[in-house]
Design a protein around this ligand. Structure first.
Ligand code: F6R
Length: 245
């Protein structure tokens, strides 16, 4: 069963998401945090940085595993997800960088994906997975498909995702066409999932994903089967489901 929280705006959404992450880390100092990139979690990460600076929480013993990385970009590239995580979170909190993991976009796909799954297994899985929601319902870079993916794999990004992500690049041609992503199977084994989505553009996919059929055509719909998922929306992304919750 999915729990829904409708926040007034992006700031409040970010505070709520950070509050859940903080409480997990306070209760379990060495929590394994599954993290996301993109626009949605930036506010949440700011809140976590503030909480750390105010001595409300320490990430010293935490481990983090990110959802995905563009194929072919190295961690020094300012468009890579490793760079994003360092810049938006890791450089500003006390997590040990050696305990932060993002798939390595330069490594061979088969080897990297297998190694990433083994790594997550060796930690006993993810305690809390933070997710954004793609306009086509993707989570991680698990794009609409005929079946749900299991483990980490190389994926071809869809036109819609490339289009949505071009805002971060100088030219659309610069957006990588492939990525490595944690699989849906792994996401589903996370003990707790927190998905955040804001803005009117997401309102239709929010309804499809959480009130439509569970189908690999809308990858996030599988979360309807997850035992502990909280979806945090703002008023704009929640417009189409307000009467349903
Ligand atoms: C990012 C990721 C993606 C994004 C999604 C939403 O690591 O895995 O699934 O969460 O594309 O992106 P934003 O938040 O930019 O709308």
């Amino acid at each position: 069963m999915i729990k829904f929280i409708v926040a007034k705006n992006y700031d409040e959404l970010s505070k709520k998401a950070a509050g859940i992450i903080k409480s997990v880390v306070v209760l379990n100092n060495d929590a394994v945090l599954g993290l996301a990139t993109g626009s949605s979690p930036i506010g949440t990460y700011k809140e976590l940085i503030n909480a750390y600076k105010n001595n409300e929480v320490s990430f010293k013993n935490c481990i983090s595993v990110n959802l995905d990385e563009y194929k072919g970009l190295d961690g020094e590239n300012d468009q890579s997800y490793r760079y994003f995580m360092n810049d938006n979170l890791f450089n500003h909190i006390d997590i040990d960088k050696n305990n932060t993991f993002v798939p390595n976009g330069l490594n061979d796909a088969t080897e990297e994906c297998k190694a990433y799954d083994n790594l997550i297994d060796s930690f006993g899985g993810v305690d809390l997975q933070l997710l954004g929601l793609g306009l086509n319902g993707h989570i991680g870079f698990n794009e609409p498909a005929d079946s749900f993916s299991m483990g980490t794999q190389e994926v071809a990004l869809t036109e819609s995702t490339i289009e949505a992500n071009k805002r971060f690049f100088e030219k659309v041609e610069d957006v990588p066409k492939f990525a490595y992503t944690m699989g849906i199977g792994t996401i589903m084994t996370a003990k707790k999932v927190v998905l955040i989505a804001s803005g009117a553009a997401k309102s239709s996919i929010v309804k499809q994903a959480f009130f439509g059929a569970v189908t690999p055509n809308v990858p996030a719909s599988i979360l309807q089967m997850h035992p502990d998922t909280t979806v945090i929306l703002d008023e704009e992304s929640a417009t189409e489901i307000l009467e349903l919750i």
